[in-house]
Write a protein that binds this ligand. Structure first.
Ligand code: PLP
Length: 337
């Protein structure tokens, strides 16, 4: 390393496979294509959190989640030949819809590997966006193997959901937009699954609001990220149970972890009941539909545990895709716990 500057050492730029310049490049590529989602505020939410909250509404993004940003950017940075051959992804959730839509917009046919028992609404949405679906049996088959075999046979390029430099750069554009529109923050609270959104957000925040404390938020039962962050190496956990179905990943990505370790302040957890309480606040007071995973940051803000009174706190609402009957059930009955 050429510098002994302690700040540079603490942020270990050499370990990071993605830089803020990649996030800026992704933002330029998404201009006029991704929605510049609104930033909402609510006096009720502010009073409950004892803070000034700024909600970046990626539940209103194309495809219903921030995942469109990373998928589009990853496909945009492929060669013409790779796009012509097509892309493949495995997901039963928001990444599937994002890859199908981003592929269609860029002339890349998308194949999506999904479990046979995936929710009907998700299968239908992926198909509507033009994705070809290949089903597998999640109890007897490995989606990674199926995906790898199809990629080999058909010459497809795999677009992973989080462990990929251009996916991370794309996900970082939501925080970039938030900070450019409202100015610096004291704290930024971000949903955490495999770490694409958190790593990208941290890159944007460290460049645009250097004193901002970026905090990842996981479901209590899926705290592999928190364990890994504290241990200093990636820890794998068994498949967890939580209503936050977008954050049930069992380990952080190899590209994601070094960025998170270098730039993130802490990783904290919230209970499923706290997610439902946040979902209800969004519905009743702010009139927006947010899926449980999308409520992670808000639940942490409402707990008042991770900021000081009166601070400016950014909250990334990561997605809004949920079957309506399930949504009604959660609002009516809570987690059933
Ligand atoms: C994928 C997803 C997450 C987790 O994102 P990672 O990049 O895997 O950490 C959070 N919220 C929603 C709504 C998602 O779809």
């Amino acid at each position: 390393m050429s510098s002994t500057n302690s700040e540079e050492r603490s942020s270990k730029p050499g370990d990071c496979s993605v830089t803020f310049a990649d996030v800026e490049r992704a933002a330029r590529g998404l201009e006029g294509i991704a929605h510049r989602t609104p930033v909402m505020t609510s006096r009720t939410a502010d009073a409950r959190a004892d803070a000034r909250l700024f909600f970046k509404c990626e539940n209103l993004q194309r495809g219903g989640a921030f995942k469109f940003r990373g998928a589009y950017n990853a496909i945009a940075t492929l060669s013409d030949e790779q796009r012509r051959r097509g892309v493949i992804a495995y997901s039963s959730g928001n990444h599937a819809q994002a890859v199908a839509l981003a592929g269609r917009l860029q002339g890349a046919a998308a194949t999506i590997v999904m479990p046979k028992d995936a929710p009907g609404a998700k299968v239908a949405a992926t198909r509507e966006y033009g994705g070809e679906i290949v089903f597998y049996d999640r109890y007897t088959e490995s989606r990674e193997e199926i995906c790898a075999a199809l990629a080999r046979e058909r010459g497809l390029t795999t677009i992973p959901p989080y462990d990929h430099p251009q996916v991370i750069a794309g996900q970082g554009t939501a925080a970039l937009e938030l900070l450019r529109s409202i100015g610096e923050l004291d704290v930024l609270l971000v949903s955490l699954g495999g770490g694409g959104l958190l790593a990208g957000s941290a890159l944007a925040a460290k460049a645009l609001s250097p004193r901002c404390r970026v905090i990842g938020v996981e479901p209590e039962a899926a705290n592999d990220g928190q364990q890994s962050f504290r241990a200093g190496h990636v820890i794998r956990i068994p498949v967890p149970r939580s209503i936050a179905d977008g954050a049930l990943t069992t380990y952080l990505g190899g590209h994601n972890f070094p960025i998170i370790r270098a730039l993130v302040e802490d990783i904290v957890t919230v209970s499923d009941q706290m997610l439902v309480d946040a979902m209800r606040l969004f519905a009743e007071r702010m009139k927006i539909v947010v899926e449980p995973t999308g409520c992670l940051g808000a639940a942490a803000a409402l707990s008042q545990r991770h900021h000081r009174p009166g601070e400016r706190v950014g909250v990334l609402i990561s997605g809004g895709n949920i079957d309506l009957p399930r949504y009604g059930e959660l609002l009516r009955d809570g987690t059933g716990a």
